[in-house]
Design a protein around this ligand. Structure first.
Ligand SMILES: NC(=O)c1ccc[n+]([C@@H]2O[C@H](COP(=O)([O-])OP(=O)(O)OC[C@H]3O[C@@H](n4cnc5c(N)ncnc54)[C@H](OP(=O)(O)O)[C@@H]3O)[C@@H](O)[C@H]2O)c1
Length: 364
């Protein structure tokens, strides 16, 4: 089951740069699973082999690109709604400080620039995986480069830029383990409070990034503790604790995001639907007479509220409702069966037909 925070408009497209990396490979699978994204682009110097793609192959567009000639890659043509970047390197891997800065900063900023469309009416969101302690004035090359990259990205003029600053990644599974990373992981495992404050699993970063890309800054939950940074070139900043909260809460709190409530015309059903909608979740409200929910329909967009006619005693109605939900949202997490009624009276006096009807509605 895919877990998410709240409703975002379905039918969005996402581009991911860095999908072959540790965070990127988890993020790619999340995006492919996510019904909110109907098109996912994976552009990189190498792309994920087909046998490693678990779901959503049909919506994946892969392209091998040369980051030294990124202007030839046609990134703009995809008109991506959300551009995710998990591309980066280390000085050791790059071979020199200059090569590190070229890959970690120039490649990232140039690619983001190329992915930005010229049409100012197209809202595009940029989500970048930076690093804890990123600071453009840092004495250290790695954190300075990340800080400068953040500012460079924020200056590109995307509708919004969301920067993640994760701590140490705790569960990397690299074919060639990195000495310092492994050492720090072992050290951190000795102190659980360090892990909580300064480290995070790669899956957590991927989940939090996907959620932030879906929702955008304005709809981020308070637990993400998003702040604004960047001075003259502002961007939204989410640090390690915010990433943890966003990722963990999405699993703890959001089991019931795609809800179907039957019998929504009842006071309890209507009240439940309103309460869930107010929290930004997606709901399918079913009832025998859909016009009873006209006022609710007027308040919420069709991406968040789908009202369907359903008599729970009719099998054809039930089948049609589930087919429609599959067609529109592609998933359903929880069914709240609120449809029901009672007959008050003596059993002996209850007509058989009425008893059957009661049983059909309440039980079957
Ligand atoms: N590791 C940590 O503990 C940690 C902590 C905080 C933040 N971060 C940052 O978070 C981001 C993601 O981390 P990660 O561990 O997932 O990174 P990663 O596993 O090293 O993946 C980096 C991605 O960048 C691509 N890349 C690297 N060099 C490239 C080049 N020369 N040309 C084209 N693509 C290149 C890689 O593609 P290839 O597969 O083709 O090499 C891969 O897709 C990075 O920016 C990292 O600095 C890491």
């Amino acid at each position: 089951m895919l877990l998410t925070y709240a409703a975002a408009a379905p039918g969005k497209s996402a581009l991911l740069l860095g999908a072959s990396g540790e965070v990127g490979r988890h993020l790619l699978q999340e995006l492919l699973q996510d019904p909110q994204f109907t098109r996912v682009g994976e552009y990189g110097r190498r792309v994920t082999p087909a046998d490693k793609i678990e779901v959503g192959k049909g919506k994946l567009e892969q392209k091998t690109v040369n980051f030294d000639k990124i202007e030839e890659a046609g990134l703009k043509d995809g008109k991506w709604d959300v551009v995710y970047i998990t591309l980066g390197t280390t000085r050791a891997l790059a071979g020199s400080a200059a090569a590190f800065e070229k890959i970690d900063r120039e490649y990232v900023i140039n690619a983001a620039r190329e992915a930005k469309v010229d049409d100012p009416s197209h809202q595009q969101r940029l989500v970048y995986c930076s690093s804890g302690a990123a600071n453009p004035h840092s004495l250290f090359l790695y954190t300075r480069s990340k800080g400068l990259t953040e500012l460079g990205l924020a200056g590109l003029g995307y509708s919004e830029t969301i920067v993640f600053r994760p701590g140490l990644l705790t569960d990397t599974q690299r074919p060639d383990p990195r000495f310092m990373e492994s050492l720090l992981q072992r050290l951190f495992n000795l102190r659980s409070s360090w892990v909580t404050d300064y480290a995070i699993p790669t899956t957590g970063v991927a989940t939090a990034m996907r959620i932030a890309g879906e929702l955008g800054t304005a709809k981020l939950p308070a637990e993400a503790k998003a702040t604004t940074a960047g001075g003259d070139t502002p961007f939204t900043l989410i640090d390690n604790l915010g990433i943890r909260a966003l990722a963990n809460d999405s699993t703890d709190d959001c089991m019931s995001q795609w809800l179907e409530v039957t019998g929504t015309s009842s006071e309890l059903g209507k009240c439940l639907a309103e309460c869930v909608l107010e929290r930004g979740h997606i709901i399918v409200a079913t009832l025998r007479n859909p016009t009873d929910l006209n006022s609710l329909k007027a308040k919420y967009p069709p991406e968040q509220l789908l009202v369907l006619k359903l008599d729970v005693s009719r099998n054809d109605d039930i089948a049609a409702a589930f087919t429609k939900v599959q067609e529109v949202y592609g998933r359903l997490d929880v069914v709240v069966n609120d449809a029901g009624y009672n007959i008050v009276g003596e059993i002996e006096d209850t007509p058989e037909e009425a008893a059957h009807k009661l049983f059909d509605v309440n039980f079957l």
